[in-house]
Structures are given as C-alpha cells and as structure tokens.
Ligand binder design. Structure first.
Ligand code: NAD
Ligand code: TYD
Length: 351
C-alpha cells in the first residue's frame, strides 16, 4: 500500500505520470498536489479524475502549513516531485518565481517529508524530477553523463540545479532515501504551447510566424513524454536509492531541422500545399545565454533497468500533431487571456 504525493500532476509531464500510476497501480493512492498556475490544467486528467485511487489537492508548495496537513491527511509514504516553473524564456523574464517554487518549494517538501517520516527512511522515497539543463551546454561533441559537473546557464536551470543539490544534501545529512532523474526535452500531448513544438504547431495551425531563435542551430535531445513516464515508473520501483539517472531519447535534432520536419508533417496533415508552413519561419533575435547543445548518455538507466525509448521521433511527433489537431478546444482554452500578454512580451522587439 502506497500513498504517493505527486506534485505538479496537472502539468504536462505530471499529468502523464499521474495517469500511468492511477491506471497501473489501483492499490496505490495517488494524491495530485498542484497550485494550478498558468501551466496547470485539470482538463489534462479529465479521463481519470473519477478513479477511486485518485485525489486532487489545490495547494502551492510554498504553503508549508497546507503541505504538512496533506502529509497527515493521506499518510503520505512517497513523493514524486514534478511541480516547478519549467520554461527557460519565462525564467529570463521573471527569475524570482523560479527561485521560490523550484528552490524554496522543494525545500518545503523536503522539510514536510522530514517531519512526517521521522527518520524511518527505509519505508519512504523522495523522487525528484530534474532536467539535463543543469549540466549546462555541450559543444559539437560529447554527451552528458551522471558524472558531468553541473554548470547551469539560465535562471531555470540554476534553480533546478539548486533543488537537485538540496535533495542530495538531505540524503547525505539526514539519510533521506531519494532518487534524482535528469531528463532531456520532452514533447507530446498536453504540452503548454510556450515550448518549441506545441508553440509551432499552434502557430502553423493559425498561420502565424514561427520565431526561430538565432540561426536555428541549437540542438536538443527529444524524448516522447510517455517514454519519460515509463522511465519514472521504473525508477520509482527499481532505481537504486541515493543515485542520479539520466534519461534521454538518443534523438538529437538541430532546431532548424526539427522545425522543417514539423512543417512538412503539418502541411500533409492539414492538406495544405507543400512548403506553406516553412514560409512562416522567421529567424529572430537569439535567447540570452542560449545553450548550444544538449545530449544525454542514457546508458546507466538502460543497463540498470533495461529502459529505452519505445517510439521513434517520427512516430511520436506525428501522434503529437494528431493530438493537437483533435484537441483544438484545449489549445484555444489555454491560449486565451493571459497567454496573449505573455506572447506579446516574449516576442515583441525580437526582430
Ligand atoms: P509544466 O510547466 O507543464 O507543469 C508544472 C506543473 O507544476 C503545473 O501543473 C503547475 O501548476 C505546477 N506548479 C508550478 N508551481 C507550483 C507551485 N508553486 N506549487 C504547486 N504546483 C506548482 O512542467 P513540465 O514540463 O510538465 O515539467 C515537469 C517537471 O519535469 C519539472 O520539474 C521540470 O523541471 C521537469 N522537466 C521537464 C522537461 C520538459 O521538457 N518539459 C524536461 C526535463 C525535466
Ligand atoms: P524550449 O521548448 O523552450 O525548451 P528548452 O529551452 O528547455 O530546450 O526550446 C527548445 C529549443 O527551441 C531551444 O533551443 C530554444 C528554441 N526555441 C526557438 O527557437 N523559438 C521559440 O519560440 C522557442 C519557444 C524555442
């Protein structure tokens, strides 16, 4: 019997992890704790929110009293911590939100766990979800391994790096059983259209410009979100404690090449003449401190647990586009109101 507190479960990756755990493990209670910021959306979970083993608490991880009462109410046994401010561009516009949620919020959770679990570490796991961006940037060659030194370059990645260090420090200092995983860029259904792939799908649909930063030469290693959810499930159940695991797609794409592929697929699916979407590409002023290249060596999780990505990028991207085309109402809902202000602030003066 496990009562798992899953933070950030209304967001992109969190909602896929919640769904997987609710369905795969009916004997566990899954408590989704989420503040429902602009990125949190309960619509992401409408297919499972009536399940008897699913519970939702609208709580901010900065609210320590409410965190403690949730631990008592559900006798929390384990944590999977995904709640975070997650977008690099927003961290450049307003870094403090990242410092509070990603650093202070994580410490609040660590403290709530320390108070509730009272040194009985063997019975409990604190699983912290992190990012490959903590390692900084690669040149044209090489891969991030679990031993790569941290060298974060954006307020987002620096705040995630801080939270990783704090989780590890609770392991060393108090004995907390933790696992940290550092994953590459995710894509898939339900991703908020501020990140590259859903933003460009949204813009192509609406025949809006596709703002490609710099020369489009930056490279990312893309992983389908359901494969990340499977990796999280495997690590939660069988990962060695007090260790870090890198998760990646073995799937590097230069932004310009990825966007060309996306444009071709979208033209086909929308029955538009070949080349229509590509014409929307506009090279704009680069992101400050823009990391050139991320690429993950995922050998350890493969060797330890046999995990590997299950879908090719072409399959995953095609399914992702189909999801957005079939869920235009979802896309409309999340891009109304506040989103317009963000978009203007982010992309004005970039020409
Ligand atoms: P997201 O922005 O889609 O979702 C974040 C969720 O956290 C939202 O539901 C939001 O409401 C919630 N949240 C934010 N601040 C909160 C607070 N103070 N209290 C409670 N809830 C709060 O993010 P995502 O892309 O799903 O990322 C989830 C996690 O995975 C993050 O920790 C992120 O750093 C990590 N990660 C993301 C990627 C990626 O490509 N998206 C890659 C590697 C790691
Ligand atoms: P993003 O999806 O924001 O993820 P991250 O910054 O965490 O890797 O961006 C992915 C890549 O796409 C990154 O190199 C920045 C680039 N990008 C653009 O060129 N234009 C955009 O409008 C956005 C949002 C991103």
């Amino acid at each position: 019997m496990k009562n798992i507190l899953l933070t950030g479960g209304a967001g992109f990756i969190g909602s896929h992890v919640v769904r997987r755990f609710v369905k795969q493990y009916p004997s566990y209670q899954i408590i989704n704790l989420d503040a429902l910021t602009y990125a949190g959306n309960l619509e992401n979970l409408s297919d499972i929110d009536q399940a008897p083993n699913y519970f939702f608490e609208k709580i901010n991880i900065l609210d320590t009293a409410s965190l403690q009462s949730v631990f008592r109410k559900y006798a929390i046994t384990d944590i999977i911590h995904l709640a975070a401010e997650s977008h690099v561009d927003r961290s450049i516009l307003s870094p403090m939100d990242f410092i509070y949620t990603n650093i202070v919020g994580t410490v609040n959770l660590l403290e709530a766990a320390r108070n509730a679990w009272k040194g009985n570490w063997e019975d409990h796991l604190f699983y912290h979800i992190s990012t490959d961006e903590v390692y900084g940037t690669l040149g044209d060659t090489g891969l991030f391994t679990e031993d790569t030194a941290y060298s974060p370059n954006s307020p987002y990645s620096a705040s995630k790096a801080s939270s990783d260090h704090l989780v590890r420090a609770y392991g060393e200092t108090y004995g907390l059983h933790y696992i940290i995983s550092n994953c590459s860029n995710n894509y898939g259904p339900n991703q908020f259209p501020e990140k590259l792939i859903p933003l460009f799908i949204h813009n192509i649909l609406n025949e809006k410009k596709l703002p490609l930063y710099g020369k489009g030469e930056n490279t990312r290693d893309w992983l389908y979100v359901l494969d990340h959810a499977i990796a999280i499930d495997m690590l939660f159940h069988s990962g060695k404690i007090k260790q870090t695991f890198n998760i990646g797609g073995f799937n590097e794409w230069k932004n310009a090449d990825l966007v060309s592929l996306l444009c071709r697929l979208m033209d086909k699916k929308l029955n538009r003449p070949e080349g229509s979407a590509e014409k929307l590409i506009e090279f704009v002023k680069d992101r400050p401190g823009h990391d050139l290249r991320y690429a993950i060596d995922a050998t350890k999780i493969n060797k330890d647990l046999g995990w590997e990505p299950s879908v090719t990028f072409e399959e995953g991207l095609s399914e992702t586009i189909d999801w957005y085309l079939q869920n235009e109402a979802w896309l409309k809902n999340v891009t109304s109101g506040e989103y317009q202000k963000y978009y203007e602030q982010q992309y004005q003066n970039r020409h």
